[in-house]
Design a protein around this ligand. Sequence first.
Ligand code: BG6
Length: 484
Amino acid sequence: MVSRVIPVDPFDLVIFGGTGDLARRKILPGLFRRFRSGQMPEGARIIAAARSEMDRAGYQQMIADAIQEFGAEEKNDKDAIAKFLDVLDYTPIDAKGKDGWAALASMVRKDVIQAFYFSVAPSLFGDLAQRLHDYKISNDQSRIVVEKPFGRDLETAKALNKSLADHFDEKQIYRIDHYLGKETVQNLMAVRFGNVLFEPLWNNHYVDHIQITVAETVGVGGRGAYYDRSGAMRDMVQNHLMQLLCLIAMEPPSQFGADEVRDEKLKVIRALKPVDPHHIVRGQYDAGPDGPSYREDAENPRSFTESFIAMKCHIDNWRWAGVPFYLRTGKRMKARTSEIAVVFKDLGHSIFEGDEKRHRNILAIRLQPNEGIDLQVTIKEPGPGGMRLVDVPLDMTFADALGHAEHEVPDAYERLIMDVIRGSQTLFMRGDEVEAAWAWTDPLIQGWEERNDVPKHYDAGSSGPEDALMLLHREGRKWRDIKG
Ligand code: BG6
């Protein structure tokens, strides 16, 4: 398959926090893959800046090791690795002080695209933005890349937005939600807006309900301190699940442009109704054969933070009036799976005698693993015995259909970083979108904090607490099975 690659101009990418976990695990190995597939122009440079006193050779060694640890088969390409390491540079820097800034200023070129990736704690965003400006390192074309958590409520998100807006225009700010960089998440838009088949059915006349599930098998061990202050609502729903909800529910944008898409997403968030507290189920995992309980992982024996959440939401607009959107996400669940299922209404009347089952078409878009689409359709069971109907999946795994091995699908970070260099903001969150998402989330969190809500327990390796199942059962609906 020939892929169309949009060429990029030479650039200097400065990664603050370039020695951190995200940089070693995702950003640099991702950049290496882009480099290896020929998508980095001659003259591209990556400059890591972090607190550690280290020289260029030391950093190159660190990244060579990271590629060995986190890379796939490309880690055996010694030639390409050597060439990639040549693109790297390192400079020590004090984000809150003066040290290192003059040196960085002398390294960054003025006549190429400049991108500054803030792979650091959000509390440093303002300091970095200020110093880039004060030391005249950045200009009005430079791009700033930031990561979640983008605040922990509306107020802190506004303060972060302001600290960046003091020195950079919204057009220069790239807020990453790595879910938007996933190939299948982009495919959601391709499926919806690139086919005539689905759009006419995409409304409350034909859709019974929509389920969005992001289930993980991992617990919070290792990052318990951060997670315990956050919980599934802030860690996953406010950002990743909200983005999925927007893409599935938004009106067609007039074109696939940054503001056109983000305007439509924003309208969805603003049309979300406040959620009835009875329609929210929070859970915490118990200890299981494979690991400790949430409270042990979080090192907080009295924690009331949720590692699981399920809820029923409504979008208050013409297209979706009356259609429930069920969201659920959790840690230590029975399988790692992310999918969006559009469950269509049943037929209403069957012409086939004796066929009493309520057949339903379900369009399931699998984000991971085995990215693909599965459309449940009703057919005749082969063989004699009259018109016996069965529901079968028309299953398409993208890797099979396209003849790709899974590792050839670019990782979310690779895609997003190259979009920064290309200057395409479509797959990044705008400041008002983030604020609107917090404005919807804040009262829900305040509500359970005020009620001293205690999360329900669930077995590690299960589908979550019983109450979450009931959320659908009592309405005659059923969650889809969580399977890897
Ligand atoms: C992160 C969350 O944003 O997304 C993690 O902080 C979560 O808690 C992760 O595990 C899930 O991402 P992915 O790509 O593995 O589905």
